[in-house]
Design a protein around this ligand. Structure first.
Ligand SMILES: Cc1ncc(COP(=O)(O)O)c(C=O)c1O
Length: 376
């Protein structure tokens, strides 16, 4: 395999082979185009394979679709009881109390609230670049000082550098694991030791949007630290594995006092269809397993062709692959767009690298053929 990076089997799980949203989660003209849709006034555009948003094209699963159909007639209601029941369902699986769970309008809302809190606290936020940048953008907007450290040589969050950067003003550290856009992952043992080494005033926000795609949740999730009373917020989403990005459901796991502080800053509320669909999808293990396996197949197809073509790529635990295009990524992205594939945006720290999200297996076969034509 042609990896620029050493591929380490750190996690005891087969790595699969990162965000879809523009800054602050608001679709702008550029991202509308990246997603294969005409921006307002741009006129019709031909159908694109949508490989830009780290979505799951197989979603919603059968149980979620049935729940949506059954709930449509109930959409005149606020989902108050439904959200309470959903919260209890999430808490039960985690062995937590519902007071330790907050449901958000996507995990973006959870990240946004954590960023607001850091700004209100007048503190400093530490994170890495490139990563999902919503927290950095929102924390700056809320008045926090944000420091973005480079990734390490393996394109992972650099924990020793982050630890060394912690100062008296540090209030929040945002860690995306697996990381978007690189797909790389820190082993749970290392991340836990890092969190436990921090001063109590520092909250660690661990974004596990992609964790359930390929990693062993039991050993790799930081939810175990919530049980121990650590100053940690775990953010999760139904947008990825569950294929429900359009219904906007995410959640946080944290100590009850942290959840209470966050709940006071809620920006929005969930909808009837989203809550009922997510609750149904949560127990649809067959759909989850099928999604994992199809995503893994797409990753295998993509990494095989990259290896064949000698293109370095990062080891990924997400539903996307980050790879070296051998020249300016912007040009490659434009060429692929001409060929009918919309890809993720370029990232300043790795101007030659590009992220491709997993579409259907058939789309990934077509993409592999397009790569052979481009590089062959
Ligand atoms: C790392 C990460 N976190 C959070 C999100 C936001 O997901 P959502 O608001 O749909 O839950 C994304 C979306 O791409 C992401 O990549």
């Amino acid at each position: 395999m042609t990896h620029l990076l050493t591929r380490r089997s750190l996690l005891g799980a087969a790595p699969l082979l990162a965000g879809g949203l523009s800054l602050a989660g608001l679709p702008d003209r550029a991202s509308a185009q990246a997603f294969g849709q005409g921006a307002a006034g741009a006129g019709p555009v031909r159908a694109m394979a949508r490989l830009a948003g780290n979505e799951n094209p197989y979603g919603p699963g059968p149980a979620a679709r049935a729940a949506i159909a059954a709930a449509t007639g109930d959409s005149w209601k606020y989902p108050i009881m439904e959200e309470m029941a959903f919260r209890a369902q999430l808490a039960e699986r985690e062995g937590l109390s519902p007071r330790e769970v907050l449901v958000g309008e996507g995990s973006s809302e959870i990240l946004h609230i954590a960023a607001l809190l850091a700004g209100i606290d007048g503190g400093e936020v530490l994170t890495a670049t490139p990563t999902f940048d919503l927290v950095a953008v929102q924390a700056r907007a809320a008045g926090a000082v944000v420091r973005e450290l480079p990734l390490d040589a393996q394109m992972r969050f650099d924990l020793p550098a982050l630890r060394a950067a912690v100062g008296p003003q540090t209030r929040l550290i945002y860690i995306c694991n697996p990381n978007n856009p690189t797909g790389t992952m820190l082993p749970g043992t290392e991340l836990r030791a890092f969190i436990e080494s921090l001063p109590p005033a520092v909250t660690v926000l661990v974004d596990e949007a992609y964790l359930e795609l390929a990693a062993d949740m039991a050993s790799e999730s930081m939810a175990a630290l919530v049980h121990k009373g650590a100053n940690v917020v775990v953010a999760r989403t139904f947008s990825k594995l569950h294929g429900l990005a359009g219904l906007r459901i995410g959640y946080a796991l944290a100590r009850a006092d942290l959840i209470e502080r966050m709940a006071r800053l809620k920006l929005s509320s969930t909808g009837f269809l989203g809550v009922t669909a997510a609750a149904a999808s949560y127990t649809d293990m067959q759909f989850q397993a099928e999604s994992r396996s199809r995503i893994a197949e797409g990753v295998a197809i993509t990494t095989a062709v990259l290896d064949e073509l000698g293109r370095p790529h990062a080891p990924t635990w997400g539903n996307f692959v980050f790879f070296d295009t051998g020249g300016p990524a912007r040009e490659f992205i434009a060429a692929m767009r001409e060929a009918g594939f919309s890809l993720g945006r370029p990232f300043a720290a790795y101007p030659d690298w590009c992220r491709v999200s997993m579409g259907t297996v058939a789309q990934m076969r077509d993409f592999a053929a397009a790569l052979r034509r481009h590089f062959g």
